[in-house]
Write a protein that binds this ligand. Structure first.
Ligand code: ATP
Ligand code: MG
Length: 239
């Protein structure tokens, strides 16, 4: 469907189209469409804009990613369909490898995702292996790559599920997530939660990383409190 740029809901509709194309390419699951709808409803209530609490989280996330010893970017079918190119740019800017990790088990979808990431210019794509697992979860997503999530100290995992976020934290990893719902288990468990739409905040995260890199290390840790950021987001939702 061709959406005219003049349409008042252009951004929302073209974002939906990206996910539909993701499903057609075999990289996004049908369940992913429902998860996106959930996100959209929160975005609507937040005025579909990036708030101060998200900007602070982006700043803290950029610093944490640059300071990490073994950072990793975990990719699911929604994230890839929505911000594939930005994921590659982020991977090169940090630098950090990309690891395919999906909630609904499917070898076919995993390899379609790998193909898409390589097509978009990724230099290396890690796939979950059967030999390495993170403890605390019993579904498909416990399988991880030895050089990726398994050994990572900082995991960037946008649009994550609560169970797995809890398991990653229990496995002593610092978790950075993007989640429009400040009340989700993921939001509450993560080290840093960027409460914003992934289609807006990825670009901002990239700009921040480039700005910090220009100045060079050491990347000072700024005062950041995730609980306060979530409270600010909830306050905005309620108002
Ligand atoms: P949890 O498992 O953390 O309690 P949940 O079960 O409600 O959350 P999941 O499907 O596990 O939801 O996770 C997806 C999360 O991503 C949801 O909180 C949803 O609001 C959010 N989300 C969906 N689309 C976007 C988007 N484009 N940008 C940011 N967040 C999004
Ligand atoms: Mg969930």
């Amino acid at each position: 469907m061709k959406i005219p740029k003049s349409h008042p809901r252009y951004v929302m509709l073209s974002t939906q189209q990206k996910l539909v194309r993701g499903v057609e390419k075999g990289i996004t699951s049908l369940e992913g469409l429902m998860a996106h709808g959930r996100g959209e409803s929160f975005d609507y209530l937040l005025g579909e804009k990036t708030h101060d609490f998200a900007l602070k989280a982006i700043d803290a996330a950029a610093r944490l990613l640059l300071k990490a010893k073994h950072p990793i970017i975990s990719v699911n079918g929604n994230v890839l369909a929505l911000v594939g190119k930005e994921l590659i740019q982020l991977s090169k800017a940090i630098p950090a490898p990309l690891e395919v990790n999906i909630f609904h088990t499917s070898k076919k979808r995993e390899s379609a995702m790998k193909k898409e990431l390589l097509h978009l210019g990724a230099s290396q794509v890690l796939m979950p292996s059967r030999q390495f697992t993170i403890s605390g979860i019993d579904h498909n997503r416990k399988y991880v790559h030895k050089e990726g999530i398994y050994k990572a100290d900082v995991v960037f995992v946008p649009l994550e599920d609560g169970d797995r976020c809890q398991a990653l934290v229990k496995n002593k990893k610092k978790v950075i997530t993007v989640d429009l719902n400040p009340k989700s288990r993921t939001s509450k468990t993560a080290t840093i939660t960027i409460v914003d739409n992934i289609v807006r905040c990825m670009v901002l995260l990239l700009v921040e990383i480039k700005r910090l890199k220009k100045k060079g290390p050491p990347y000072a840790t700024m005062k950041y409190n995730n609980g306060m950021a979530l409270l600010a987001a909830e306050k905005r939702l309620r108002s």
